[in-house]
Design a protein around this ligand. Structure first.
Ligand code: BMA
Length: 339
């Protein structure tokens, strides 16, 4: 055996490793259907935010025993346990006034908007025509003002940016188009009328982990270097699909411009509660909170469409990983690499 071969053999254990960016909380899953004060099927895909008193609020997607979803608030002082769950569903489909909510409301993403002094919730309204994107505003997660459908079906995985970009509100979303399931961004002067649609991040093709279908997961994280996006990629396999998470960074003032995109996924179903459930092999975060240190990120994710789990990471760590594991997304390089 040559010295080189011997060396690589010795290093095999070290070399066959990848960096762990998000550490699962030992109490996972932190919320399951057993915690619920009323009859339901499952709880997953929760939006998240910190309240002014420092406590954590989760807006959970609850699937009832008909298969239709509504939203329910859970509050906790430490964001891990001691959850106070609303005794009744918090936000239920209002089919009379919003017929697009006929088959339920799903996957809320919460953005606090300082200019409005309100939280904006982008959620999926499941209509006869398929899933669309709806917006609602709230000050307290008790009373809600619905703005109705803002992106018609088939569209989902939406999140509002917390401030205007060049005078316009910006919504990230994932329309299904003949071109595929890619992430787009659209702009609006008033949160109701949307246009100036721009392709933001394309699903890759072929054998890639994020081939054909991607979508934003929680709302983007504003960092001094750009909007940091955690997105999900769906790998279709002969027997099912695997939902994994990747990272990309976008220009602060021109958010459709991708600066760096990670090559590999950085979080994937591994734990039993992520691998098995109503839908196997799914990790699906819709929200995060940032600790007072400004760096620690608590990622709340749906696990196998059956429970809510928590994983902790560092924003600086995510950016460093992107620098080491990413590439720029210029059109030419993209075609060369992604096919
Ligand atoms: C996606 C969304 C999510 C769900 C995931 C896995 O398309 O509908 O709500 O968690 O599929 O089933």
């Amino acid at each position: 055996m040559s010295i080189l071969a011997e060396k690589s053999f010795d290093n095999k254990a070290v070399m066959n490793q990848h960096e762990t960016l998000f550490h699962r909380h030992p109490a996972n899953p932190i919320l399951t259907g057993k915690d619920w004060p009323y009859s339901m099927n499952s709880v997953f895909n929760a939006g998240a935010t910190l309240l002014p008193d420092g406590s954590t609020l989760l807006l959970c997607r609850v699937e009832d025993r008909r298969g239709l979803s509504h939203l329910c608030v859970a509050r906790s002082v430490n964001g891990v346990d001691g959850w106070q769950i609303d005794r009744e569903p918090t936000l239920i489909p209002d089919v009379e006034r919003y017929p697009e909510e006929l088959w339920g409301i799903e996957d809320p993403r919460i953005t606090y908007v300082p200019e409005l002094k309100q939280y904006a919730i982008a959620y999926t309204s499941y209509s006869r025509g398929g899933p669309g994107v709806s917006l609602a505003l709230t000050k307290d997660f008790r009373a809600y003002e619905r703005l109705g459908v803002v992106m018609s079906p088939d569209d989902k995985d939406a999140a509002l940016l917390p401030r205007r970009i060049n005078g316009l509100w910006a919504l990230i979303h994932r329309p299904m188009t003949p071109l595929g399931a890619h992430v787009w961004i659209s702009y609006s002067p008033d949160l109701r009328h949307w246009g100036n649609h721009k392709l933001m991040l394309e699903a890759r093709r072929g054998a890639w982990w994020d081939a054909n279908k991607i979508g934003i997961s929680p709302p983007p994280i504003e960092t001094p270097r750009g909007w940091l996006m955690i997105y999900h990629g769906v790998r279709r396999t002969p027997s099912s699909s695997i939902y994994r998470l990747g990272l990309a960074l976008f220009d602060l003032e021109q958010p459709e411009k991708c600066l760096i995109r990670g090559d590999s996924w950085m979080f994937a179903p591994e734990a039993e509660y992520e691998r098995h459930g109503d839908v196997q092999d799914v990790v699906f975060p819709c929200g995060y909170t940032v600790a007072p240190d400004g760096d620690t990120i608590n990622l709340y994710y749906g696990a196998a469409d059956s429970s809510i789990a928590l994983a902790r990471g560092s924003i600086r760590g995510l950016l460093a990983w992107l620098d080491a594991n990413g590439h720029s997304e210029h059109a030419h390089d993209r075609r060369q690499r992604h096919g």
